[in-house]
Each structure stands twice: as structure tokens, then as C-alpha cells.
Design a protein around this ligand. Structure first.
Ligand SMILES: Cc1ncc(COP(=O)(O)O)c(C=O)c1O
Length: 393
């Protein structure tokens, strides 16, 4: 049975939150729900596994059947994401579930996949431990080299190219439009992991990408309280393949998480603005500190990704990276700070820091990713300036 039978008004694909509106309006008003007298402004989650069939055939008239295929709460969230990304969206139970759908939904045994060597490390583990077992060959390439190496013909015959931009954790930005053109010239699909930028920071589909995939566990939902992911596409056949993968593997999120995610999405504009303001301020503090060897924030003039970030991205984000001399230096910083919490992940309300070598990234022991939260900028700056005094030069 196809889950598409109950996809309702998603199929129109029409943008309900046009680009002429500002980001705050778009995240608040995207999606299909319109306020109606006596109805909540943000309807509560629909908790259901099966739905009553009545005496009709399953799915007749677009009626919901079973929540592994579709559910009104999930559909509503997806309609908002689709508006923001400029395509049709499918929500998944995590970012990895979304990436897995992209891999298995788009390539077949014997076909090749190209992924970043400096992107989210779990993608590489998935490729090594599982994709390979099913005959999917994977090559890796650094984000800064992908364009020139594709141009040189190195990955001819690849079916699917995944880029992560800004890459995580080093925050390199690559040129999506240029890579899309190169990918299409050789018959490959381009998927962009847009987790760090969010749909407000970057619109890969409008730059020529075939798929946008994201972990919405991060800034898009931004409260560090749920796991979520999504994929957006324009092409109907790709959509059908991904939907079929989700229907048959059951990687759809639950309605409560999805409802929370949708509730959080509405404040994305506000959260990103504060997070970016904090990242701008902290990147300056860290760049001026003798204890810090290198600071990366693509929106900082002089950063090696500054030019392409300015050209391609729509607004800055709150994640930066910094290199301290040692793991102990990072421990000293965390011990002295009142406002930086040691935690992995990023994009949340709280400013957090994680030392990426602990998670298997190929970086120095003192390399950290800092995710700026929504604290007051002045408080954060004072806290970090004071904590830096506890870190040996
Ligand atoms: C860039 C990126 N993509 C995908 C993922 C996977 O997302 P999730 O943890 O929601 O499965 C992450 C997680 O950190 C990530 O940083």
C-alpha cells in the first residue's frame, strides 16, 4: 500500500510562505494551517497509530490510514519545511534516518557515492559499516577540494554526491551551484546537508541541488530536547523513492516530537539572530586570545570560507570552531566558564562546546566546536574573557 494516498494537500508544492516575506514571518506562517474560529493557533499533536477506516477503502479521499505512512501533525510540519526549502519535504526520526533514506533511496548496489571526508563522522561510519556490505562504494573528499577534483574528472561515474556546507566541524563552505553543475554534467545527483545553515541560512534547491537533507535536531528545532531530520526535493520520482523508503522502514518521527519541532521552528529567525550575534562577538574574543591558535567562523572577514559564504548564504549561523593548545586547555576553559556547557550537538538555546577529537573527528586534541546559544551577548563575552584567564598560554 502506498503512503502517498494520504499526502493530502502537500502535493500542490505551491509556496505558501513566499520569499517576499521576511524570515520571521516565513517561519511563523509557513505551512497549511490557517487560524480558524474556535481552533487552536497551533493545533495539538494527533496521537494515532491506525485511523478509523469506516466502510471506505484504505486512504479513500485522502483519509489517513496508519501513522507509519502519514499523520496530520507530521504532514503539517512537512508543509512548513517544504515552504522554507522550496520543495516537498519528508520528516524523519533523526538526521541519520534522513541521510540513510537519501543513501538507500537514491543509489543501488554497484553505484558510487561521494561524501565529505571532513563532514559529520557518523556518515563515514555508516558507509564503512553498512553501505559497503550492500555493494555501495563510497569515496571521500575534503569540502574545500570537492569542486576542483570534480572538475578534474576524478569521481566520474559517481551516482550521488553529498556535500555538507558549512562542513561540520571545520565550517568550510563550498559552492553549491558550481558543484551542482559539475554533478549534473556527469549524471550524478547532488545532496546538500544543510544542517548548520538551516533553510533560512541557505536554499540548496534553488542553487541547483537535487536533495536537501538535514538534522533538525540542531538549530532548526534548537531546544536540545528532540531528534529529528528531514529531506526536501523538487523531483516527484525522488520524492516517491524516499517516501517508499520511509514507509517501508518506519523511519517516520512520532507526532509529539514533530509537534514540538514545529512549535520550535516558529522562533528560528529570532534564535538564529541571537546565536549569530553571539558567534560574531565570541569569534573576535577568541581570535584576540593568545591561548587560541585558530578561529573559524565563515562570516568573519578573513576566514577562508568568507567569500563563498557571503555569496551563497542568506544569513550567518551561531556555530564556530577554535583550536586550543591541548585537551587540558579546553578543560580549564570549561572549568572556569559559567555559561559554556560541555555538550555535543549544536544549534540549541544554551552555549555549548565539544572537543571533537573525543568523537572521532580527525582534528587536534584542543580543537573545539562552539555552538553559541541565546544568552545575552555581553554576558557571554564577559564569561569567556574571564574563563580564558584560567587557560595557560
Ligand atoms: C551535519 C550533520 N548531519 C547529520 C547529523 C545527524 O543528525 P542526528 O544526530 O539528528 O541523527 C548531524 C549530527 O550531529 C550533523 O551534525
Amino acid at each position: 500500500m502506498s503512503g502517498e494516498m494520504s499526502s493530502g494537500d502537500m502535493s500542490s508544492g505551491a509556496l505558501r510562505a513566499p520569499d517576499s516575506l521576511g524570515d520571521g514571518t516565513r517561519v511563523t506562517r509557513s505551512g497549511t494551517t490557517r487560524p480558524a474560529p474556535g481552533r487552536p493557533l497551533h493545533p495539538g499533536p494527533v496521537f494515532a497509530a491506525p485511523f478509523h477506516l469506516g466502510d471506505a477503502e484504505p486512504g479513500a479521499g485522502g483519509a489517513d490510514v496508519y501513522s507509519r505512512y502519514d499523520n496530520p501533525t507530521i504532514r503539517e510540519f512537512e508543509s512548513s519545511l517544504g515552504d522554507l526549502d522550496g520543495g516537498r519535504s519528508l520528516a524523519f526520526a533523526s538526521g541519520m534516518a534522513a541521510l540513510t533514506a537519501v543513501f538507500y533511496g537514491c543509489i543501488s548496489s554497484g553505484q558510487r557515492l561521494l561524501i565529505p571526508s571532513d563532514g559529520y563522522f557518523t556518515e563515514r561510519l555508516l558507509a564503512q559499516n553498512h553501505l559497503q556490505r550492500f555493494g555501495l562504494e563510497t569515496a571521500t573528499v575534503p569540502t574545500t577540494e570537492i569542486e576542483s577534483r570534480l572538475r578534474g574528472g576524478e569521481f566520474a561515474g559517481t551516482r550521488l554526491i553529498l556535500v555538507e556546507t558549512p562542513s561540520n566541524p571545520s565550517l568550510d563552505v563550498c559552492d553549491i551551484a558550481a558543484i551542482a553543475e559539475l554533478a549534473h554534467r556527469q549524471g550524478a545527483l547532488l545532496a546538500v546537508d544543510n544542517t548548520t545553515a538551516t533553510p533560512l541560512g541557505q536554499r540548496p534547491l534553488s542553487l541547483g541541488a537535487d536533495l536537501v537533507v538535514a538534522s533538525d535536531t540542531k538549530a532548526l528545532t534548537g531546544h536540545s530536547d528532540l531528534l529529528m531530520g528531514h529531506v526536501s526535493v523538487v523531483d516527484e520520482a525522488l520524492f516517491a523513492g524516499l517516501k517508499s523508503w520511509r514507509d517501508l522502514t518506519g523511519s517516520i518521527p512520532g507526532p509529539f516530537e514533530t509537534w514540538l519541532a514545529h512549535r520550535s521552528l516558529a522562533t528560528l529567525d529570532l534564535r538564529l539572530a541571537r546565536q549569530a550575534e553571539n558567534a560574531a562577538a565570541l569569534s573576535e574574543v577568541l581570535a584576540g586570545a593568545e591561548q587560541v591558535k585558530q578561529v573559524r567562523w565563515p562570516w568573519r572577514a578573513g576566514d577562508r570560507s568568507y567569500e563563498v559564504a557571503q555569496r551563497q548564504m542568506l544569513r550567518p549561523m551561531g556555530v564556530l570552531s577554535a583550536s586550543f593548545g591541548s585537551a587540558q586547555a579546553v578543560r580549564d576553559l570549561l572549568g572556569a566558564s559559567q555559561l559554556i556547557t560541555a555538550a555535543t550537538s549544536f544549534g540549541g538555546l544554551h552555549t555549548t562546546l565539544d572537543r571533537r577529537a573525543q568523537f572521532g573527528d580527525d582534528v587536534g586534541a584542543g580543537f573545539v566546536r562552539i555552538s553559541c546559544g541565546c544568552e545575552d551577548t555581553l554576558d557571554l563575552v564577559r564569561d569567556v574573557q574571564s574563563a580564558l584567564r584560567a587557560v595557560a598560554h
